[in-house]
Write a protein that binds this ligand. Structure first.
Ligand code: FMN
Length: 341
């Protein structure tokens, strides 16, 4: 029997739990169509960054101001507001185009660190047809005057501000680096998140020893990176209950990886690196591999499978928590037989 791959995420009915995560590929409507044709249950667009919106507004204001003391004929040099298409507008146009080309839900994405007037873009995304919104909270808190509770407070204000701007479902993409993630996750839901995306990948800068330049280059993920989302999905699923959407992202490269994510409680498994590496058709490969695994292990549906191995159901729930640390370290055995043999 073919397993039923349907799932529910953020209140949306999806035909498949394999979701195309936010990447440059999903910024191209034609590629989104290929991803949907390959069986993606939903598509998350690349993020529109708070800084992009703010820079654009500053540029626009500067070019308008520049002419105020000039002669009237100079007005011809200034951008015509009716035809001025900035990054934000181009984003919304691409969103509309993608919506017109695919039948699966399209999730728009905002990347931000602070509240402000730019939050209106959340509403504009909704008006342009987004089925849901993903708010990507990405920050590196390097200011020693900012405490972790200050930062968390700002994040919660931001979630509440975006929540207030839209009526469509809201997912929040989190970093794993909160000191008390379970508490923050619960607060994020209380502030208005309908779901959590676990986790944002942090791109660490490197140093070029010849030029002393800071090198920023995206490295695609490795399947071992799935372990962190697995742990936290397993812990959070029973705590947050089934009404909160959970998406696993980072290190999902195969149907087996997707099966693990769903078993610990994810409603959807998001894929980015493997699709960038192998092309949109990789979604079909992963989906078929998941279906084959389910059939082999006699799971009839994703809903039957979801959370079957979360912290609430596994024989030893502490295996996902601190107890696991000592056991993991003690599990090491030397391939040379010289140390700890
Ligand atoms: C080139 C590239 C661009 C990305 N752009 C975004 C983005 O704009 N917004 C976002 O939330 N995540 C972005 N991501 C993160 C992915 O959506 C995904 O969460 C992350 O890569 C982990 O999944 P993976 O292991 O399947 O790659 C990007 C990832 C890559 C590789």
């Amino acid at each position: 029997m073919t397993p039923d791959l349907r799932t529910r995420y953020l209140g949306l009915e999806l035909a498949s739990p394999i979701v195309a995560s936010s990447t440059p590929m999903t910024g191209d409507p034609a590629s989104c169509k290929l991803l949907a044709d390959a069986g993606a249950g939903a598509i998350v667009l690349p993020s529109l960054f708070e800084e992009e919106i703010l820079n654009e507004e500053i540029e626009l204001a500067r070019s308008l101001d520049a002419g105020t003391e000039q002669f009237a004929e100079a007005l011809g040099y200034f951008p015509n507001l009716d035809t001025f298409k900035g990054i934000g507008e181009r984003y919304l146009a691409r969103l509309e185009k993608t919506k017109s080309m695919v039948k699966v839900p399209v999730i728009a994405s905002l990347n931000a660190a602070s509240t402000g007037g730019w939050v209106r873009y959340a509403r504009l995304m909704q008006e342009s047809g987004a089925d849901a919104l993903e708010l990507n909270l990405y920050h590196v808190v390097a200011n020693p005057d900012v405490t972790s509770s200050d930062r968390e407070e700002m994040d919660l204000e931001l979630i509440a501000a975006v929540r207030a701007a839209v009526t469509i479902p809201l997912a929040v993409k989190l970093a794993p680096y909160y000191s008390a993630l379970a508490g923050f996750a619960r607060s994020a839901v209380a502030a208005g998140a309908n779901g959590l995306v676990l986790f944002n990948r942090f791109y660490q800068p490197d140093l070029d020893l010849e030029t002393f330049d800071v090198v920023t280059k995206v490295a695609l993920s490795h399947p071992s990176e799935l372990r962190m989302p697995l742990r936290w999905t397993a812990i959070l699923r029973p705590q947050l209950g089934s009404s909160v959407g959970l998406a696993a992202t980072s290190g999902i490269h195969s149907g087996i990886d997707a099966a693990k994510a769903i078993l610990v409680g994810a409603d959807v498994a998001m894929v980015a690196s493997t699709v960038l590496r192998h092309g949109p058709g990789q979604v079909r490969v992963i989906r078929d591999e998941l279906a084959a695994w389910m059939a082999e292990h006699e799971y009839e549906s994703v809903s039957q499978m979801c959370g079957a191995a979360s912290a609430a159901t596994v024989a030893d729930p502490t295996a996902f928590e601190r107890a696991n640390y000592m056991a993991t370290l003690h599990s090491w055995s030397s391939p040379t037989g010289l140390v700890g043999a």
